[in-house]
Design a protein around this ligand. Structure first.
Ligand code: AMP
Ligand code: ZN
Length: 723
């Protein structure tokens, strides 16, 4: 596997090529241990962990160093952030600075362990490297890249022409960046402190050629990284706030002192926001990992959540999203458990099943593309839902989890033998419809600590702690929506609107539907198909505001076919109208659809349709009759769904799903019609617009073949042929 990794310095994805083949050295800016690390810091450490695990999975031997910025260090920093009060209070309570640092260092280690972050090979403490820092400052002074003023030493930014190359902060932008800091001792306002003279009464200080003092923050990482990883190393990680000034200054120091580039690859993680805001003490939205676990969340649910957003994108943390992540993780563990405890899981998988698995290919491809964990998770879900043999599935899940670190597979695997026997016996009873004794056995299985879920004639049995809380309100597949298809009609119309990461579109169409019901009895089901842009929160809010709205939130992208099925299973309307966000009703759109559905021979109706001569080429048609109604808007009676069945969930992308469903309807002898003149505004199709050309072609082609396989030989279903 080749790893393409974004490099902040060159502002591009670069092929990762380590200095020494088969080895990689990583330096990560670590915690400041005079306070607890928060979930934002942890997101950045998770990035480094996934990077390391990905390299290790390729067989690369990684040397990982993560520094610990301990107390006694950067006084100005503390003052700037108003955090010296914490230390002052601890000191007043009789604690030494060392004790404070020790305390927070330990809880940092605990947080990392709880998140399955592999411990770095070295955790250098800044206070143990003051000698190396002084030596580097002396080198800089000798090269005239630094100067001393009254016991302070400053870096001469004007002497390093490359200054600004990482952050792009040069000239005006740079002055802007440093304006807050006024220090009359500096020659130039761009200069920064390498060493500071100890003020009166300061206890944590070190002797130096410039008198007693303490080092600046940036010099710590220059000194420790080059000391421990050498004059050149492969990767340096941190959060985006580290780019300037911390890493810009680190480059000036290290390259200034050594005379050459040091870091091969700069990797920066975007920030985590809480409820859309920057985390800040003053906002009251700073969360630590223990605040999540206190609320009953598995720390690894947070790890899962971080994997759902690419590291170069902001992650908006909400408790809703954490709940969804937690449900998704439980579901994955259930599936993994079920795969490993099935009968043939102990068999060795057949060779090709593991090596030629499309989901494994997708998984590794996603990671190699700048650590695309959201896509890797999608591949994981694909594998879980696939027909891959259990033994191969278990093996692949184990491999995936070596990188993901989600504890997907329990140790020891499988059901204990006595429970297995009870489950098998119950299975036989159920098969004979002997429900009373079967229920007794269910109780015994449950008493042994396992949860039982019966799905049709199958039963799933998983350890109780893996069972999903029932009130999550978030689902994983259309199966999780109880089907009301056989219930009597409970409304005139059910409008089903689906969307993913398209909040503006969903809002626009949902509001247009609600504003244009024109006196009809309407329920609006909005299916949020695994969005991470705040759709779930908006939808909850909309549903509280408007009783006609029923929200359905999926914890990941379950595919368009499945998302539409969620809505159809939940629907109570006599008429079902399926919409996506590319159409916006501007008037009474329901009456004309209703009228068009009057006739008992009618299948699907809608404003746009297509016809074909040969099942291969489809062209837009004015109607009135068409072969297929396009998926932007399709309406049909709910009774048709009972007869024809739900949509084919293998269609994850929308192309050809409408043809597939329309032909299924024609196959049953119904006819599809255009309803012209519907009051609608059309918008760009989000799924189409945002899908890159290559991907569009690939997804469309896949769906087309799927469709052809089913209907390629059924040209007699086409209008053109039946004439
Ligand atoms: P600090 O202790 O402030 O030096 O931060 C430790 C690491 O966490 C650094 O790499 C920061 O860039 C990173 N970091 C700080 N705040 C956040 C945040 N809100 N989201 C993600 N990373 C952060
Ligand atoms: Zn650093």
């Amino acid at each position: 596997m080749v790893l393409q990794l974004y490099d902040t310095l060159s502002r591009s994805k670069k092929l990762f090529q380590p200095l020494q083949s088969g080895k990689a050295s990583i330096y990560s800016c670590g915690p400041t241990v005079y306070r607890d690390v928060h979930i934002g810091n942890l997101r950045t450490y998770l990035l480094a962990d996934w990077l390391r695990r990905t390299l290790e999975a390729q067989g690369t031997q990684v040397q990982h160093v993560k520094n610990i910025t301990d107390v006694g260090h950067m006084r100005q920093e503390l003052l700037d952030r108003g955090e010296d009060k914490v230390i002052a209070a601890a000191i007043a309570a009789g604690k030494t600075p060392q004790e404070i640092a020790q305390h927070y260092t330990e809880s940092f280690f605990e947080d990392e362990a709880a998140l399955n972050i592999k411990p770095a090979h070295e955790f250098p403490r800044a206070t143990a490297y003051v000698g190396q820092m002084i030596a580097m400052i002396e080198q800089l002074v000798a090269k005239d890249l630094a100067y001393e003023v009254e016991g302070n030493v400053y870096y001469r930014v004007g002497g390093f022409p490359d200054y600004g190359k990482l952050s792009g902060n040069t000239g005006e932008a740079l002055l802007e960046g440093v304006r807050a800091e006024v220090d009359p001792l500096k020659n130039d306002s761009r200069d920064f402190a390498l060493w500071k003279a100890a003020e009166e009464g300061r206890t944590t200080k070190w002797p130096s050629p410039w008198g007693d003092g303490f080092p600046g923050w940036h010099i710590e990482c220059s000194a420790m990284s080059t000391q421990l990883l050498g004059d050149r190393f492969d990767i340096h990680t941190g959060g985006v706030d580290n780019v300037f000034p911390h890493h810009e200054d680190e480059i000036a120091q290290s390259e200034g002192a050594l005379g050459h580039e040091v870091v091969g690859h700069w990797v920066h993680g975007q920030h985590l926001l809480v409820d859309g805001l920057k985390m800040a003490k003053s906002t009251g939205n700073v969360y630590t990992l223990s605040q999540l676990t206190e609320r009953g969340y598995d720390p690894l649910a947070f790890r899962y959540l971080c994997a759902t957003v690419h590291y170069r994108k902001r992650l908006n943390f909400t408790f809703n999203s954490l709940r969804a992540a937690s449900a998704a993780l439980s579901k994955l563990r259930q599936e993994a458990f079920l795969a490993t405890e099935s009968d043939d899981s102990s068999e060795e998988p057949k060779e090709g099943e593991v090596t030629d698995n499309e989901w494994a290919d997708a998984f590794w491809e996603a990671l190699s593309d700048d650590l695309h964990l959201p896509r890797a998770l999608a591949a994981l879900w694909g594998l879980v839902k696939s027909e891959t043999a259990p033994s191969a599935k278990a093996k692949l899940l184990r491999e995936f989890d070596e990188v993901l670190g989600l504890d997907l597979l329990p140790e020891p695997a499988g059901l204990p033998e006595p429970v297995r026997a009870l489950v098998d016996e119950r299975q036989e009873l159920r098969a004979r419809a002997d429900f009373t004794p079967a229920d007794k056995l269910r109780e015994r299985v449950e008493a042994a600590g396992f949860a039982v879920r019966d799905i049709h004639e199958r039963s799933e049995v998983v350890p109780q702690e893996m069972a999903l809380p029932t009130d999550m309100g978030v689902l994983h597949s259309s199966d999780d929506v109880p089907s009301h298809l056989d219930d009597p009609d409970g409304a005139g119309f059910t409008v089903i609107l689906t969307g993913r990461d398209d909040l503006d579109g969903l809002r626009r169409t949902a509001e247009a539907v609600l504003a244009n019901t024109s006196g009809h009895d309407v329920e609006l089901i909005v299916v949020d198909n695994g969005s991470s842009d705040g759709t779930a929160e908006w939808l909850q809010e909309l549903a509280t505001r408007d009783q006609r709205v029923q929200p359905i939130t999926c914890d990941h992208n379950i595919g368009i076919g499945a998302a539409r099925n969620c809505g159809m299973r939940a629907a109570h309307g006599r008429v079902i109208v399926l919409l996506d966000t590319s159409v916006e009703p501007t008037g009474d759109f329901l009456s004309p659809l209703d009228e068009a559905l009057e006739d008992n021979s009618t299948g699907i109706v809608g404003p746009f349709g297509v016809i074909s001569e040969d099942m291969r080429e489809f062209e837009d048609a004015p109607g009135p009759e068409v072969d297929a109604v396009e998926g932007y808007l399709m309406a049909l009676r709910r009774t048709r769904v009972r007869e024809v069945g739900l949509m084919d969930e293998k269609f994850r992308f929308y192309r050809h799903l409408d043809l597939d469903y329309s032909l299924a309807v024609r196959e049953r002898g119904y006819r599809n019609w255009i309803v012209s003149g519907l009051p609608l505004r059309r918008h760009a199709h989000t799924d189409w617009e945002r899908t890159p050309q290559e991907e569009r072609d690939r997804l469309s082609k896949r769906n087309f073949y799927r469709f052809l396989k089913k209907y390629g030989h059924s040209t007699d279903l086409l209008l053109a042929q039946s004439k």
